[in-house]
Design a protein. Structure first.
Ligand code: ADP
Ligand code: ADP
Length: 223
């Protein structure tokens, strides 16, 4: 369970986040919808600890993580430009965060293969990441996040670089993966359709606050 308590973030005298509060349950796919410039990325950055809050608290499973450095938070972040390491294979990209932790080779191998299977990328493990499609790169980025077994996931418009058809397929995949992991996902997007098709619950971010929080069906009537 993730509790955001009255989060406030300012850049100079511009208030980006003006009292954000919500409780997100474990295993929930929570979507934050808002236009460009609404503060979505900033919200994810303060949760990840990359940007400092002006005030407010972040509680994860009863533990206050507000002042922990990013590397102690056990949170995975997936961005729209996935920042894969270009001169490495798919396998080495996924294994990289585990090597950094000096995990044993056998355990790394076991984890990489398990995650590759979940994401359906087993047969491209030996390819260079520059030689695979955008949709495949997206999966590798997600695999690299999952392999660390984080307590939850922050996703910043991770599908926006895909073409419309691939994006449609990727949404279904992402939802399936989230359920299979029983992962807690916080996903931001400016795309209302995407929000509605993915969210268990969603919030609309406007003027630094959550205007509405609820199930998609409660917020919008289907046509
Ligand atoms: P979104 O992700 O919803 O597009 P952002 O969180 O990126 O929005 O940005 C929200 C607002 O905060 C924008 O007006 C942006 O220009 C501003 N902003 C973001 N980062 C900084 C920064 N480091 N310094 C000053 N202003 C920033
Ligand atoms: P996005 O909208 O995709 O989140 P942006 O282009 O708004 O990305 O921002 C890119 C980077 O520049 C981010 O790290 C953001 O924090 C920073 N940034 C955005 N707006 C400003 C600003 N007005 N002043 C300083 N840094 C900013």
């Amino acid at each position: 369970m993730i509790e955001l308590q009255n989060l406030v973030k300012k850049y100079g005298n511009f208030t980006v986040l003006n009292g954000i509060s919500v409780t997100i349950e474990s295993g929930e796919f929570f979507v934050i919808l808002g236009p460009s410039g609404a503060g979505k990325s900033t919200l994810l950055k303060v949760i990840a600890g990359i940007e400092k809050l002006d005030s407010g608290r972040i509680i994860v499973d009863g533990k206050d993580i507000t002042n922990l450095p990013p590397e102690k938070r056990n949170i995975a972040m997936v961005f729209q430009n996935y920042a894969l390491y270009p001169n490495m294979t798919v396998y080495d990209n996924i294994a990289f965060p585990l090597k950094m932790r000096k995990m044993k080779k056998e355990e790394i191998d076991e984890r990489v293969k398990r995650v590759a299977k979940i994401l359906g990328i087993t047969d491209i493990l030996n390819k260079n990441v520059t030689k695979i499609s955008g949709g495949q790169q997206q999966r590798v980025a997600l695999a690299r996040a999952i392999v660390r077994e984080p307590s939850f996931y922050l996703l910043d418009e991770p599908l926006s670089n895909l073409d419309a058809r691939t994006r449609f397929i990727a949404r279904g995949e992402l939802k399936r993966i989230q359920k299979e992991l029983n992962g807690t996902f916080i996903y931001v997007t400016h795309d209302q359709k995407e929000a509605m098709s993915l969210a268990d619950r969603m919030a609309v971010l406007h003027m630094g606050k959550f205007e509405q929080i609820g199930k998609p069906i409660e917020l919008y009537e289907y046509p």
